[in-house]
Design a protein around this ligand. Structure first.
Ligand SMILES: *[C@@H]1O[C@H](CO)[C@@H](O)[C@H](O)[C@H]1NC(C)=O
Ligand SMILES: *[C@@H]1O[C@H](CO)[C@@H](O)[C@H](O)[C@H]1NC(C)=O
Ligand SMILES: *[C@@H]1O[C@H](CO)[C@@H](O)[C@H](O)[C@H]1NC(C)=O
Ligand SMILES: *[C@@H]1O[C@H](CO)[C@@H](O)[C@H](O)[C@H]1NC(C)=O
Ligand SMILES: *[C@@H]1O[C@H](CO)[C@@H](O)[C@H](O)[C@H]1NC(C)=O
Ligand SMILES: *[C@@H]1O[C@H](CO)[C@@H](O)[C@H](O)[C@H]1NC(C)=O
Length: 402
């Protein structure tokens, strides 16, 4: 009898001890994983706690958002509304004022498409889709501009109103002083060449130099808590815009670096003129179909990656690794800019500069592609398909009809 009770007691004691040990282990794990501090000696940064995620690589699972974030009310979306929004977003239509609800639904629709296509089992695959954020080298994060004052991250895409958004990032960050010694407040007062001066923008690829080993953790923290935005446009229209801007009008740098290569390889001109001015005088310039050939040629990227003016958005901005809160489109630029500035709480202080002159239009597409063979059009679509699909642009069927 007595022995039995003693055994039972021993057993309880053992179980209790084990329970406590397990509890301590779990608690300890929790404490060490959750919070730690950057030692103040490591960087000139003010010391503040950084929340490290249980699974730091999984940015997508984070649903808690800062006060800046867009949180569309998904439950209020009807299929019909989504459909209407799709029409608005992907075509070059001019349409009237959208209500605040329309704008919210539009954002929910755009961000949903990206989310769906980024799933492992989606119908879209492209190089780097499954790469973790950790594995993206710093130099590939050079298009992400950070503003710590307002908690904003902007991924700039050349040929998509990026000059004006860079100006706005300069105004937000107060990184540039006007001649009177105060930071610029009016975006348009900032000269356009200044907006592209890299020293004025804190980009992710410069974190390493500034923050050393803490840089990735800082990036994670900022990506989790800041409002991240991007502006995109129809991929083929962007290509035409890039061509018009860099090759249709003389541009010495682009002529020497790319134009001469195109002329040699695809226009059968073995010794192209030495400068864009001489080429202009001689009536020689690369054609749009030469440009397309250049993009499709496997030799092109062996030398170096696509120039940022024609590099795919998915390669510039990593939309499957970085969960953008706001996806603006050039086709709806004015409305989207106003909407975004309102979300950032800056609509009182900043006005987005009015649209620029003679913007490349989708309806010119057929003319520009007139001399591009059907085979090349198909290859070009394949090259840019991820951008078309991620950002909800329809394949331009008229280019593929015989
Ligand atoms: C979201 O929509 C649901 C259903 O219509 C509604 O009950 C809820 O109040 C909405 N929430 C917000 C934050 O608008
Ligand atoms: C893909 O997976 C998600 C969840 O993992 C599921 O909800 C969705 O239905 C799947 N889609 C397809 C096309 O299998
Ligand atoms: C860029 O800005 C920095 C600092 O304002 C200035 O020193 C530098 O000359 C500028 N570079 C160019 C190319 O304008
Ligand atoms: C290229 O030019 C050379 C001489 O300039 C000419 O002999 C040759 O036929 C041309 N080839 C093509 C494919 O036009
Ligand atoms: C706009 O650009 C197109 C194509 O480059 C050109 O034909 C047209 O004349 C331009 N229009 C204006 C108003 O500059
Ligand atoms: C297509 O080729 C024709 C004839 O060579 C030329 O007149 C036209 O300008 C070309 N179009 C484009 C967009 O390059």
């Amino acid at each position: 009898m007595k022995m039995g009770i003693l055994r039972q007691l021993q057993c309880f004691l053992l179980m209790g001890t084990m329970f406590i040990v397990v509890a301590i282990i779990i608690y300890w794990d929790d404490v060490t994983k959750r919070t730690f501090y950057i030692p103040s000696a490591m960087s000139p940064l003010p010391v503040f706690p950084i929340q490290v995620l249980e699974t730091p690589l999984d940015l997508k699972s984070s649903s808690d958002q800062s006060r800046w974030s867009v949180k569309p009310n998904q439950t209020t979306l009807t299929t019909a509304q989504k459909y209407i929004l799709k029409d608005q977003g992907s075509n070059n239509q001019i349409f009237g004022q959208s209500s605040p609800t329309d704008l919210k639904v539009r954002q929910a629709y755009r961000t949903d498409i990206v989310k769906e296509l980024c799933l492992a089992n989606s119908s879209l695959n492209f190089p780097g889709k499954f790469k973790s954020f950790e594995k993206i080298p710093s130099h590939a994060l050079d298009h992400l501009i950070v503003d710590d004052r307002h908690g904003v991250i902007y991924c700039f895409v050349p040929k998509v109103a990026c000059t004006n958004w860079k100006r706005i990032m300069i105004v937000l960050s107060q990184n540039l002083k006007a001649p009177d010694g105060t930071p610029y407040r009016d975006p348009l007062a900032i000269p356009s060449y200044m907006s592209h001066n890299a020293t004025l923008h804190l980009t992710f690829n410069r974190f390493w130099r500034r923050f050393g080993r803490a840089s990735r953790r800082l990036m994670h923290h900022k990506l989790k808590t800041y409002t991240k935005f991007i502006f995109v446009r129809d991929p083929f229209v962007r290509l035409i815009s890039a061509f018009r801007n860099k090759f249709d009008q003389p541009n010495e740098d682009f002529y020497r670096q790319f134009g001469t290569v195109m002329l040699q390889r695809y226009a059968n001109i073995s010794k192209p003129p030495g400068s864009a001015q001489e080429a202009l005088a001689a009536g020689i310039r690369p054609s749009f179909q030469n440009f397309v050939k250049y993009l499709l040629d496997s030799r092109t990227e062996m030398k170096e990656p696509f120039n940022e003016h024609w590099r795919q958005v998915y390669r510039l901005c990593h939309p499957c690794q970085i969960e953008y809160d706001f996806i603006g489109k050039l086709e709806t630029l004015d409305e989207d800019a106003e909407h975004l500035l309102r979300i950032l709480g800056m609509d009182e202080q900043i006005r987005f500069p009015p649209g620029y002159r003679n913007r490349t239009a989708a309806k010119w597409e057929r003319d520009w592609f007139a001399n591009v063979s059907l085979a090349d059009r198909t290859k070009l679509y394949n090259l840019y398909e991820p951008d078309f699909r991620l950002f909800g642009y329809d394949k331009p069927e008229t280019l593929y009809q015989k």
